[in-house]
Design a protein around this ligand. Structure first.
Ligand code: SF4
Length: 344
């Protein structure tokens, strides 16, 4: 078991549940008006930590506002300039993600560590295979990443700082897997898992699930992120689904939907894309089935709390396996959400 790290009120490592992270996809200079509500939805979907890029102290007020409005602990993502890290602490963030390798002189990293120690913040040492020290001895990427992380940890420990999480990400899934395995065999600091620059939704989900699924099954990993060239809502959904598939997270929304085929009398594919985020955002402990026709629709509806299925040219809502109401396809989304709303 790893040691425990505190990120605000969130426990990471030891026997704490594995947490899911994502990273805000809008620059702070254009912080959305809907930021607070979007963060609320992401939290309801199962997100535990929000990382926000902080490239310039000019965005101090925006970061402070984001921290105030975000219902999850915020981690400031810092590169190159240690002064941004120091400034972000006064914005109220719960932790920092830094790569000491791109901060410059060691004393700059040490200034950041001392400030985090005094303010009770966590630090993630975020190493990336694309920005490693010069490989003079031609060692493997995973050994280079592990050795670098262990060296940075020793800097931190010399300053009395132990609230550290480590990530060792590579775009190559196998190198990522080996790096995490190697680090876990040499250290008890908790690991943030991820495959970096993993591509679009499909490729990222395959590469990340294959890599993280094996690690988590072996007891390695305390927190995770899917990196998707796409929606951060999908990153959270993927992370939560992985944990639930492994039995590491219980409860929440479970969506059952058919792949759709030529038999369909109801377009379950476009319906799911319209309604999925709203259903997940309810955060309710329910099963929802979305089915294209009567081949499997009524059967799946029986195992679900609520369901929508096409039968012939009609669309039916189900509640506890029984037909609840016939609705028009145009109204099906709102009718389904209204029905879910009635479930405690
Ligand atoms: S439920 Fe109907 S539409 Fe959906 S995959 Fe099965 S046969 Fe095709």
């Amino acid at each position: 078991m790893t040691r425990e790290v505190r990120l605000g009120n969130l426990r990471i490592g030891s026997d704490a549940p594995v947490s899911v992270q994502t990273m805000y996809d809008v620059p702070l200079s254009r912080l959305e008006d809907k930021f607070a509500s979007r963060m609320g939805v992401l939290k309801a979907m199962g997100c535990d930590v929000m990382r926000i890029s902080y490239p310039d102290v000019k965005e101090h007020d925006a970061l402070a506002k984001a921290v105030k409005e975000c219902p999850m602990p915020v981690v400031a993502d810092i590169h190159f300039d240690y002064r941004n890290a120091l400034d972000s602490i006064s914005c109220g963030v719960a932790g920092l993600r830094i790569n000491p390798g791109n901060i410059g002189a060691r004393w700059k990293t040490e200034e950041v560590v001392k400030a985090c120690r005094d303010a009770g913040l966590a630090i993630r040492i975020g190493l990336n295979s694309g920005s490693l020290p010069e490989n003079v001895n031609n060692v493997s990427k995973e050994k280079l990443m592990t050795d670098s992380a262990l060296e940075y940890i020793s800097w931190f420990e010399n300053l009395g700082f132990y609230n550290t999480v480590v990530s060792l990400k590579a775009s190559d899934p196998e190198a990522t897997y080996r790096a995490y395995k190697l680090f876990a065999s040499e250290s008890d600091y908790p690991l943030h898992l991820g495959v970096t620059e993993a591509g679009g939704t499909v490729t990222s989900c395959v590469r990340t699930t294959w890599t993280l699924g094996r690690l988590l099954s072996e007891g390695i990993g305390s927190t995770l992120r899917y990196s998707i060239t796409g929606r951060i809502e999908d990153e959270v959904t993927a992370g939560v689904e992985l944990l639930r598939s492994l039995g590491l997270r219980k409860g929440g929304v479970r969506i059952v939907s058919c792949p759709m085929c030529g038999r369909k009398s109801f377009d379950s594919q476009s319906f799911l894309s319209q309604v999925q985020d709203d259903i997940l955002a309810t955060g309710k402990d329910i099963c929802v089935a979305i089915m294209g026709c009567q081949v499997n629709g009524p059967g799946e509806a029986k195992g679900a709390d609520v369901a929508v299925s096409g039968i012939g040219r009609k669309v039916y809502l189900y509640r506890n396996g029984e037909i609840y109401k016939e609705v028009s396809a145009d109204c099906a989304k709102q009718e389904l959400l209204d029905l879910i709303d009635t479930i405690e």
